[in-house]
Design a protein around this ligand. Structure first.
Ligand SMILES: [Zn+2]
Length: 350
């Protein structure tokens, strides 16, 4: 089969012919139709220690069709359309059993780092990672839903705890995950304040349902948020960029009782510095604010997300397609976009 191969940490991806993967008794073999390209892949490739062995095939947002199943597999069959959860979990620890599998005590890494991923014609995945794709949802939509829409589902519902009437600030609202965050926050009943850099992304955020726009280049960011909320601040601030400046601004933008949600990840290996920000414990306590780390989703949240896509209540937004063998160009584009601001929305079709 053809696959994009990473020979060592930081090396360019190369298109090669390699044997198709063999499956174990608890695995399924998937013919890949679509696989996402985004900053998560860039981070996985660039961060030493994330990839457990080389050569490795990256790619974690997969949609395709089951073509073979192991002897113990019960929940999918040959011909099933599936997407995937991208954490390689144990299924048995206290976190896995309570629906918080991203905190698995026996995590074996991620699809595309701990095992080969979807930049290939075929991928072997554990049955536990597979989520059936309902009729009426395309492969492209399913691939986007598995991470870029599911992550906002968890962030808005579980972490930001949005109620109808809340004012919600989204920083990096025009990026690949941010643009779905705008839609999801709106679906939860929020008045959405979208912050971005540049007219094009702000306009996209507006088209996807943002009620108010803030161009971060204009400066006095917190002042702008306060002006839009009658001086009160927002009930939730969801930070997709998560550098030192945006994190500090997110916290300062909160109303009393507000929730700050950190989603963006800026690993030092990719961005050159660890993002840090300061919390004043006295103010934090006095205003009873909350800081949440939002880490991906559980399987059930992917299922719910796919239903929202099927019901046309969330639109999968894709801004570029790459054909097989162009994964390197996709990865480069995602990095370039993120360097200038929030993450991009690049998807690649095999
Ligand atoms: Zn576990």
């Amino acid at each position: 089969m053809r696959a994009m191969i990473l020979e060592r940490c930081g090396a360019p991806l190369t298109l090669k012919d390699v044997p198709a993967p063999k499956i174990g008794p608890n695995d399924a073999l998937i013919r890949v139709r679509v696989c996402g390209v985004g900053l998560t892949v860039v981070s996985m490739i660039a961060t030493r220690g994330r990839i457990t062995s080389f050569p490795r095939i990256p790619g974690h947002e997969i949609a395709g069709e089951v073509v073979e199943i192991g002897s113990e597999v019960r929940t999918v069959k040959v011909g099933s359309r599936v997407t995937n959860h991208y954490y390689l979990t144990c299924g048995n620890c206290r976190y896995c059993r309570s629906g918080r599998e991203t905190l698995c005590e026996n995590l074996r890494g991620n699809v595309g780092s701990g095992c080969d991923g979807g930049y290939a014609e075929y991928v072997a995945l554990p049955e536990r990672n597979l989520v059936p794709v309902p009729d009426g949802v395309t492969d492209l939509e399913a691939s986007v839903a598995s991470d870029a829409i599911a992550t906002p589902y968890h962030a808005c519902h579980k972490e930001a705890q949005i109620s109808p009437g809340d004012d919600v600030l989204i920083i990096g609202a025009g990026g690949g995950v941010g643009i779905h965050m705008v839609q999801m926050a709106r679906l939860c009943g929020a008045r959405v304040i979208a912050a971005e850099v540049g007219e094009e992304k702000l306009e996209l955020a507006r088209r996807m349902g943002a009620d108010q726009l803030i161009d971060a280049r204009r400066g006095e960011f917190v002042k702008q948020v306060k002006a839009l909320t009658g001086g009160r601040g927002v009930d939730a601030a969801i930070d997709m960029v998560a550098n030192s400046e945006t994190l500090q601004a997110s916290l300062a933008s909160l109303a009393p009782g507000g929730r700050m949600v950190i989603i963006g990840s800026r690993p030092k290996a990719v961005f050159g510095a660890d993002p840090v920000f300061t919390v004043n414990p006295h103010e934090h306590l006095r205003q009873a604010q909350e800081i949440h780390g939002s880490r991906y989703v559980n399987n059930e949240e992917i299922m719910r997300t796919l239903q929202l896509v099927k019901q046309k209540r969330i639109q999968a937004v894709v801004n570029r397609h790459f054909s097989a063998g162009r994964g390197r160009a996709g990865a480069r584009a995602a990095t370039e976009e993120r360097d200038c601001g929030p993450r991009g929305a690049h998807r690649r079709i095999m």
